[in-house]
Structure formats: C-alpha cells, structure tokens
Design a protein around this ligand. Structure first.
Ligand SMILES: Nc1nc2c(ncn2[C@@H]2O[C@H](COP(=O)(O)OP(=O)(O)OP(=O)(O)O)[C@@H](O)[C@H]2O)c(=O)[nH]1
Ligand SMILES: [Mg+2]
Ligand SMILES: [Zn+2]
Length: 323
C-alpha cells in the first residue's frame, strides 16, 4: 500500500529521494505502520523487500520498535521501513491461535506502572507480586502507584506496600480527589515509554485522563474483551505523551501473564533476593526446604518480607507445574 507524502504536511515539502528518518512504530494494521517521527509528525509506512520477506515467518515488527524510513519517490510516493533497530526490551506473550513461539506486543518499554487502589477495591499485595515478577522477567523497571489515597490515612497508605518500597520499588501515592502525587507521577512518565497495568476499578483511566487530557485511551470494554480471548485482533497502541515519551494502553502485564518465565529465573525476579543468591549452602537451592538457605534466613531475621517470600514459593510452584 502506498500513501501520498502530502498527507504528512508537518514534514514540509516533498521529501527528497535519499531522505532517511528515524521514528517509533506507534500502531500497525494491515501491513501499514504508523511511525512517529521526532518532528511530531506521523508517517504511514510499510515494510518492503528483505524485511517484508523476513516478516512472513514471524511478525517481525512491533509497536515500540525504532525504525529507519526512506521516502521512495515513486508515483505515488511512499514511506518504506528500511531498518528495524535492535530492541532494548520487549514485552512478549505466547503467539495466538496455537502458533509456536512468541508475539512481541510492545518493544522498547522503559517501565511498567502497576496501579492499585488504597481501598475500593481492596489492594492485594500478592497480586502485585505477580505483576512485578512479569515486569522483572521482561527486564522492565516497575513503579507502583497507590491511588485513591483520599480513602485512607497516610499511615495506612504507606503501610500497604511498605514491603515493596523496602524491596526497592518506587511507590507513588496518588489521589484524583485531592491531586496528591499527580505531578510526581507525571514527571515519572515524561520522556519514557510506559505500560499501565493493575486490576479493574483502581483508577488507571481516571489517572491518565487527569494527567493527559485528550489522550483517548481505549475503554474498559476493549480491555475486557482482550481478557476474554479475542486478543488476536487487538494490537497494542502507543500514545505519544505531550511531555515526550509514550504510554502503551494495552496489553497490560495481566494479559501477558507468566508466559516464558523459567522456574529457575524466579529468584532473580525478586530484587531483594538478588544480593543473597549464591550464598545458600547448596548451589541448586530452591529456597524452599533446604538447610543453610540464605533467602530463608533473611526471611527469618526480617530482612525479606514473609509475604514476598510466600509469593516467590507460590509463583515458582506454579511455573514448575507448567513445565
Ligand atoms: N475516591 C477516589 N476515587 C477514584 C480515584 N480515582 C478513580 N476513582 C474512581 O474509581 C472508579 C474506577 O476508576 P477507573 O479510572 O474507571 O478505573 P480503571 O482502573 O481504569 O478500571 P478499568 O478500566 O476497569 O481497568 C471511578 O468511579 C473513579 O471515579 C481516587 O483517586 N479517589
Ligand atoms: Mg480504565
Ligand atoms: Zn536458598
């Protein structure tokens, strides 16, 4: 498919033949990719030649990929994607429809935000651990947002995820009602590529609408249908933020799940365990029943939270059962 360069007026006059520009894929449908350029313009581009050929095997290009475009001065002219830059990170899930391998849903995310409510709905620290493990397994930084802080006292809010703050995670305390923490959250998103996650009803849409009016994130109805298995037709979309950076509205970590995590990697997905790994008596310690386990000793002396440790045991068991 070809597009007319005049659609992209912000680029100025018709680009010359040898023009190469870099951009970020923000959306892709039917073989045409919307690529956000540094100028703020969006070019519709398609894969050509070698890259398209390679793509037949496995979908090669994902939202978030950094690419180089070339303007092909044919009639009508068209933007073609000549290069896909190496990925710094990827959020991947099992390929849909029983196909083998993985499907990269968002590339080059810098971080994930896991949002919970201080109350209504009740927060579940062990559910948070599950999200955090998925983020860690994908090599992504995670931030925790405790929203609806207006519904509890500050002491109650800080107690909820103290074990996660102690483990080293940044925790934001926010409220749409009072405006608490919103500027700090905005600053944490600016200039970065972030994905949102968290249970329903915690205020994800409310927060984003407040921080970035007019962003037009998808509605809950769509993310619900993703969870019901109609996900093959719904691709992720990256929304450019006015302050620089991007926000991926779907899929969240919930949809990606624990797929592809090796049981043996689970201890590394708990950052507070990492300094102790290698200090157990047995090199192949599972940190469950073995004597001389440095992790269990840390739990016993209170250096590692018991709840976090219980999440470790549970998630590791769950993953081992899948293997
Ligand atoms: N008291 C209080 N209520 C809030 C706050 N933020 C959001 N809410 C309310 O919580 C409800 C759910 O908010 P949403 O933004 O729809 O939640 P969501 O996380 O996007 O939910 P899903 O789209 O279903 O995943 C709405 O009624 C909001 O008005 C807050 O800071 N304080
Ligand atoms: Mg929502
Ligand atoms: Zn151990």
């Amino acid at each position: 498919m070809t597009r007319n360069a005049s659609q992209f007026v912000q680029l100025g006059p018709m680009p010359p033949d040898d023009l190469h520009v870099d951009g970020v894929v923000v959306q892709g449908t039917g073989g045409v990719y919307d690529v956000r350029l540094a100028s703020g313009a969006t070019a519709a581009a398609s894969l050509r030649g070698r890259l398209k050929h390679e793509e037949r095997g496995a979908l090669k290009l994902a939202v978030g990929d950094k690419v180089t475009l070339r303007w092909e001065n044919s009639d009508p002219g068209a933007w073609i994607i000549t290069d896909i830059h190496p990925r710094m990170s990827k959020l991947a899930r099992r390929a849909p429809g029983g196909a083998r391998g993985e499907r990269v849903v968002v590339a080059n995310l810098d971080q994930v935000l896991v949002v919970f409510a201080a109350a209504r709905p009740e927060p579940h620290p062990r559910m948070l651990d599950r999200f955090l493990v998925i983020a860690e397994a994908n090599g992504l930084h995670a931030r925790i947002v405790v929203n609806k802080c207006d519904l509890v006292t500050p002491a109650q809010a800080h107690a909820l995820f103290r074990e996660h703050a102690d483990a080293g995670y940044p925790v934001h305390y926010t409220s749409i009602a009072t405006g608490e923490g919103l500027q700090e959250l905005h600053d944490a998103l600016a200039g970065r590529s972030s994905a949102l996650s968290g249970p329903s009803g915690v205020g994800k849409s409310s927060l984003m609408n407040r921080l970035f009016p007019g962003l037009d994130l998808r509605t809950a109805a769509i993310s619900d249908s993703v969870n019901k298995g109609r996900h093959t037709t719904v691709g992720a979309v990256l929304h450019p933020l006015p302050c620089g950076g991007f926000l991926a509205d779907t899929p969240g970590l919930r949809e990606v799940g624990l797929w592809g995590i090796e049981p043996v990697d689970v201890p590394h997905c708990f950052p507070e365990f990492v300094p102790m790994l290698g200090q157990c008596r047995f090199a192949d310690c599972l940190h469950t029943v073995e004597p001389g386990c440095a992790i269990r000793e840390a739990v016993a002396r209170g250096a590692v939270s018991r709840g976090r440790y219980e999440s470790y045991v549970k998630l590791r068991e769950e993953l081992s059962a899948q293997h």
